[in-house]
Ligand binder design. Structure first.
Ligand code: SF4
Length: 448
């Protein structure tokens, strides 16, 4: 396509979207699509049918930056008219040095700027299409689960992370706005909410826990109140990216009462106080272990998910061994492990004693082997139990689902065998018959 070619007035222009990166970026894409549809634009499923392509990039790690740059190049080759947004958009010089012919570059969560760029390069059609947009907005996830973004940015300064530089400090949404969106999602058929942000447990700090009214009840814009409000909605509510502040413990009783899912995604990143200090993260590991044990006493079925980084600058074999000992004792149910990636612009880039790649690799394998054993132990303990399973897919005879301990995309699945007439999105009982490292197999319970 000629890069100067703009769509003909009167015909609704079509915008292609390439969405890269984490669930937070996916939510940004959903918001952009909702705005586009609200203004009467159409969404093109391919490059050829699009008048313009928006590439929502990720810039967190060097590998993600490479993937984003590659995606921009592909969109330029295939279509020619490209607007770039998202995390990598915070560094326009990087993009423009490589691709001088992109139409515009905007940064993360800059919805107004993205829309301005679209208006400039694809003039806005008449907005009689407004009513085509459902109240709940346009979502890129399946109908039965949805990501609920409660804030932007982060006010922590972990030394390995450039997200605050890319996305700014914490900016929380007022609690009534979040609860209203959750209610609209429920009305639109959502049965599972995935609460996301960069720092979920800091929710509301920036707006001084502003008091707001929702359904004639006063709530503070605060993590605990938010969980209570969501817990009233009769949906599975799953908490992601919960920074390990002490006040997190206050929501554990809501899990015990069944108001929110017994699942907590809480990135610990390491267990050695030395490494944690160098990361600028909370470093009292004995307290963390005691808290996890207490959570398990209060909610025996709780699934703890966490992420860890091995090979951080200065990590010694002794530090790594402390991490392994912590894993042995804490029995983290779901753990992601990343080899430290030396992102330019991160404070850790300038720390001394970087760990050689082969050492990182070797530690990563040791960690993953232990994690597999822990995960397998949990999976095997489920055999013979009857669990609630949310159905993600079905062919009429059998299906795929997830237990309360499994988030979509990142955790295990349940193979529902000889289970006819399952409906996607429904929550059914299933008797677990078999398990491997991460996945389960199940059949209808006897009295199905
Ligand atoms: S809490 Fe998360 S987003 Fe915030 S600085 Fe640390 S790693 Fe980055």
């Amino acid at each position: 396509m000629n890069t100067d070619q703009a769509p003909i007035r009167g015909v609704a222009p079509k915008i292609g979207i390439v969405s890269l990166g984490c669930p937070k970026a996916l939510v940004d894409s959903e918001r952009i699509i909702t705005r586009l549809r609200a203004e009467g634009y159409q969404i093109s499923p391919d490059y050829q049918g699009a008048d313009l392509v928006l590439v929502n990039t990720c810039g967190f790690l060097d590998s993600a930056r490479d993937e984003s740059l590659e995606a921009i190049g592909e969109a330029l080759n295939e279509n020619g008219r490209v607007i770039v947004t998202g995390c990598l958009g915070a560094e326009p010089e990087v993009i423009e040095a490589m691709y001088s012919n992109v139409l515009a570059v905007t940064g993360p969560a800059q919805y107004e700027q993205v829309m301005d760029a679209v208006h400039t390069h694809c003039p806005q059609p008449h907005n009689s299409f407004q009513s085509l947009v459902p109240e709940s907005g346009i979502r890129l996830t399946p109908r039965h689960y949805a990501y609920l973004k409660i804030s932007e940015g982060c006010s922590n300064r972990c030394t390995f992370c450039i997200i605050p530089a890319l996305r700014g400090d914490l900016a929380s949404r007022p609690i009534d706005h979040v609860l209203r969106e959750a209610e609209q999602l429920k009305k639109a058929g959502v049965n599972e909410l995935l609460v996301i942000s960069q720092d979920t447990s800091a929710y509301g700090m920036d707006i001084k826990y502003e008091k707001r009214t929702w359904k004639e009840k006063e709530y503070d814009s605060r993590f605990q109140d938010l969980c209570e409000g969501l817990g009233e909605m009769d949906m599975w509510t799953r908490l992601h990216y919960v920074y390990p502040y002490p006040h997190v413990d206050k929501v554990i009783p809501l899990m015990a009462e069944g108001k929110i899912l017994p699942y907590i995604d809480i990135p610990f990143q390491h267990a050695s106080p030395n490494v944690l200090r160098n990361m600028k993260r909370p470093a009292k590991q004995d307290k963390v272990l005691e808290r996890i044990k207490q959570w398990r006493r209060d909610v025996p079925d709780i699934a703890v998910r966490s992420t860890f980084i091995v090979g951080f600058p200065g990590e010694t074999e002794d530090d790594f061994q402390q991490l392994m000992d912590f894993m042995q004792e804490a029995r983290i149910d779901r753990a992601g492990c990343f080899k430290y990636e030396d992102v330019k612009g991160a404070v850790s880039h300038d720390l001394p004693d970087h760990v050689p790649e082969e050492v990182k690799e070797e530690r990563w394998h040791r960690f993953m082997q232990l994690q597999q054993e822990i995960s397998h132990e949990r999976s095997e303990a489920q055999i013979g139990r009857t669990l609630d399973v949310i159905v993600d897919d079905s062919n009429g005879q059998e299906g795929i689902g997830r237990t309360k301990a499994d988030a979509p995309e990142i955790d295990g699945i349940v193979h529902l065998e000889n289970y006819p007439n399952l409906k996607v999105g429904e929550i059914v009982k299933a008797e677990i018959t078999d398990a491997d490292f991460y996945d389960l197999w199940a059949k209808p319970p006897e009295k199905h």
